[in-house]
Design a protein around this ligand. Structure first.
Ligand code: DQA
Length: 146
């Protein structure tokens, strides 16, 4: 059986829908998860959709993905800009990892311009709202089809 695509979400993303909707849109994380499951199914994958506010939990899930996932789509939230530990975890695992962001981080505050994840991920998709996630799934499928 094909392993699921893990879709991992970092801190504060549980508040989507009510958190700065002018930046992150009106969809809840649950709605994003449902749309991701539908898109992944169109490529023949199931999804494991998770969110944590804790860096170590995200690292544990990346280690888990190394064994149990075919690919990972990750929105690391603000850990994108701070976490060498997440960078190392992304580098350490075999499945392709696609970094996604709802907002266009390059067009925001200076401290959001650098991603510690980008240099470890297979690809990054930013600034497209829900479409970042859906294209992230398509990118994961692309990597798995090569
Ligand atoms: C984010 C961008 C990050 O800079 C921010 O800290 C987030 C969300 C995004 O999806 O646009 O929490 O990852």
């Amino acid at each position: 059986m094909t392993k699921p695509i893990y879709i991992l979400n970092g801190p504060n993303l549980n508040l989507l829908g009510q958190r700065e909707p002018e930046v992150y849109g009106h969809l809840t994380l649950e709605q994003i998860g449902a749309a991701c499951a539908e898109r992944a199914a169109s490529f023949g994958y199931t999804t494991e959709f998770r969110q944590s506010n804790h860096e170590g939990v995200l690292i544990d899930w990346l280690h888990d993905a190394n064994v149990n996932a075919s690919a990972v789509v990750i929105n690391p939230g603000a850990y994108t800009h701070t976490s060498i530990a997440l960078h190392d975890a992304v580098r350490a695992i075999e499945p392709p990892v696609i970094e996604v962001h709802l907002s266009q981080t390059a067009a925001r505050e200076d401290y959001r311009h650098h991603s510690y994840i980008a240099s470890a991920a297979r690809g990054s998709i930013t600034g497209l709202g829900l479409a970042s996630y859906l294209l992230g799934i398509e990118a994961a499928h692309h990597c798995l089809s090569q």
